[in-house]
Design a binder for this molecule. Structure first.
Ligand SMILES: NC(=O)c1ccc[n+]([C@@H]2O[C@H](COP(=O)([O-])OP(=O)(O)OC[C@H]3O[C@@H](n4cnc5c(N)ncnc54)[C@H](O)[C@@H]3O)[C@@H](O)[C@H]2O)c1
Length: 309
């Protein structure tokens, strides 16, 4: 199978491209190497991989056409990611994540291919109840432009399915971590600080509950979705085992093998107090289960970071 991966040079994309090539698929990457973080890091993610690279912007229909040539399926990861950054640049997020996604869907309508869309747990907004999030829960109250843009992407995917017959799995990833993670994400910041003996910046009082997902589990879910195209589904992809931020810092101490200093900062706008994936639908539809537990995932991430340094 030939798979187009938009945003394939990014954190999740780099891991996915490796996994696709390992199992014998051909890969095309469409990526603009944007400046959300160091483009050299993204080039490094693709180093040594035998794939076709189309360097271009998702919002440019001609670049998308070139990337789609010969494809049998598409994984759409390209986006401006990150909740906090979206509060500073909402129009940019709307442009890339919504207009960009619609540009891709528009170019795919002439030749509908199975599509896997990278959505996000942020579509569930700020939840006060204690239940795990299920795909039927309300997604009408996003609390950041990023979350709104991901929900809009899902809605356009549904419209493309209804109007043009596009088969789409919208996978709602719950905070993904692992080697070569985006540098602004909590686990990357924590591990970096811990390895350098710096205080860890903790937003809020440490009671926030997060469902963190190891990147290999996310890649497995994407591969399973590619192998089982369906009409249209939204599917949670998380560990199903949320952890308090202060317990995460304890686990970071164990992963790096030394105590760390904690520097508490105020809650950030756009952050939610809790994420928790109910993954039963993904298990039923994709036959997928998360496999990597937090301690193991942190250990592997810390080892990779040490090697990079
Ligand atoms: N990492 C997470 O915790 C997480 C959680 C939920 C959802 N997601 C989603 O998964 C996807 C991948 O996330 P990631 O963490 O790998 O992010 P990333 O920033 O590392 O990767 C995104 C890639 O998209 C590319 N890109 C951005 N704008 C583009 C454009 N206009 N045209 C072409 N390429 C463009 C970037 O250069 C980058 O390589 C994103 O859609 C993100 O919203 C990620």
């Amino acid at each position: 199978m030939q798979v187009l991966v938009t945003g394939g040079a990014g954190f999740i994309g780099g891991h996915l491209c490796r996994a696709l090539l390992r199992r014998g698929d051909e890969v095309t990457v469409l990526d603009s190497f944007d400046d959300a973080y160091a483009p050299e890091m993204k080039r490094g993610n693709l180093e040594g991989l035998r794939l076709r690279l189309v360097e271009g912007d998702l919002r440019d229909g001609r670049a998308v056409d070139a990337a789609l040539e010969g494809a049998d399926a598409v994984v759409h990861l390209a986006a401006r990611a990150g909740v906090r950054e979206s509060l500073a640049s909402p129009l940019l997020y709307e442009d890339v994540n919504v207009r960009g996604t619609l540009t891709l869907l528009d170019r795919m309508r002439r030749r509908p291919l199975p599509l896997v869309f990278a959505s996000s747990s942020s579509v569930y907004g700020r939840r006060e109840d204690a239940h795990a999030f299920t795909e039927n829960d309300d997604t009408g109250r996003p609390v950041s432009p990023y979350a709104a843009s991901k929900r809009a992407g899902e809605l356009y995917c549904f419209a493309a399915h209804a109007d043009w017959g596009l088969q789409t799995h919208a996978l709602r990833f719950f905070t993904v971590y692992g080697p070569r993670q985006r540098p602004s994400m909590a686990i990357a910041l924590f591990l970096q600080a811990a390895l350098q003996g710096q205080p860890l910046p903790i937003f809020g009082d440490g009671s926030a509950l997060r469902d963190f997902t190891f990147v290999d589990d996310v890649v497995d879910a994407i591969l399973a979705a590619l192998d089982r195209p369906g009409a249209f589904q939204t599917l949670n992809v998380g560990s199903g085992a949320p952890i308090r931020l202060d317990a995460l810092v304890d686990a970071i101490e164990r992963a790096v093998g030394r105590p760390v200093l904690r520097h508490h900062l105020p809650d950030q706008p756009g952050d939610v107090p809790r994420t928790h994936a109910d993954v039963r639908r993904a298990a039923a539809v994709l036959g997928w289960q998360p496999r990597v537990q937090m301690e193991e995932g942190l250990r592997r991430t810390a080892t990779a970071m040490r090697a990079q340094r």
